[in-house]
Ligand binder design. Structure first.
Ligand code: DX5
Ligand code: ZN
Length: 217
């Protein structure tokens, strides 16, 4: 069954707590936490303090997407009892193997993300070590962008590699995911679906969560 991770980047920050509880009670499997530093990506979002204040609420576990330089320096800040994944960018890690091991040593699952211009092939030597591979289907930095089609081929390739025994990772897609492409992405082999604007800009947020969950079922 496919899982859904609404990206809180698209939430109304003035009602962040309520909206996180709302998507959770509507069936979201994770909260996708987009951390941007203004260096790796041309935008600044929020840091660990914001995420930690959600800890007091009844929410789904966190899928933390670090779009930052030097993630080794900050990863520990994002470990809470609700953090399931911490995901770093291949393009931001000079020593990716070390970064992945560092995250695992923190007691959470480790993922690697690749930008639209980065091929799956660069992950060949790390696939056996990661719990998750995130395929970016937009250039990271902003919500509400148009889906870039080459994600389909990457998802299919990652599924094929997994079937061949390359690793046991979850395949995640992030950027421009909507009710229009969710079923096709599931068909391609995606396991975990991030959706920001599609969920939080919907007129009826619970109905949108249920719709997406049914499509990726
Ligand atoms: C982009 C972020 C995404 C983004 C997705 O840099 O990593 O998680 O919030 O937003 P939508 O679903 O609106 O493309
Ligand atoms: Zn993200």
């Amino acid at each position: 069954m496919g899982k859904l991770a609404p990206s809180i980047l698209a939430a109304d920050f003035a009602q962040l707590g309520q909206q996180c509880e709302l998507v959770t009670s509507s069936g979201a499997d994770y909260l996708h936490i987009d951390v941007m530093d203004g260096h790796f990506v041309p935008n600044i979002s929020f840091g660990a303090a914001v995420m930690k204040s959600l800890n007091r609420l009844q929410t789904a576990p966190y899928d933390v997407h670090l779009m930052i330089e030097d993630p080794d320096r900050y990863a520990a800040d994002f470990v809470t009892d609700k953090t399931e994944y911490i995901v770093v960018h291949q393009e931001a890690c000079r020593h990716l193997h070390r970064s992945i091991q560092n995250i695992k040593a923190l007691g959470v699952k480790a993922g690697v993300a690749i930008n639209p211009a980065t091929p799956v092939a660069v992950l060949e030597e790390i696939l056996r070590d990661v719990d998750l591979v995130l395929v970016m289907s937009v250039n990271p930095g902003f919500g509400g962008q148009k889906f870039i089609d080459n994600a389909y081929g990457k998802i299919r390739r990652l599924k094929e590699l997994r079937e061949q025994g390359a690793g046991q990772y979850v395949i995640e897609v992030d950027g421009g995911v909507t009710a229009k492409n969710a079923a096709a992405l599931r068909e391609a082999g995606c396991d975990l679906f991030v959706a920001g604007s599609e969920v939080f800009r919907a007129e009826d947020i619970p109905a949108k969560v249920r719709e997406l969950k049914a499509l990726i079922g």
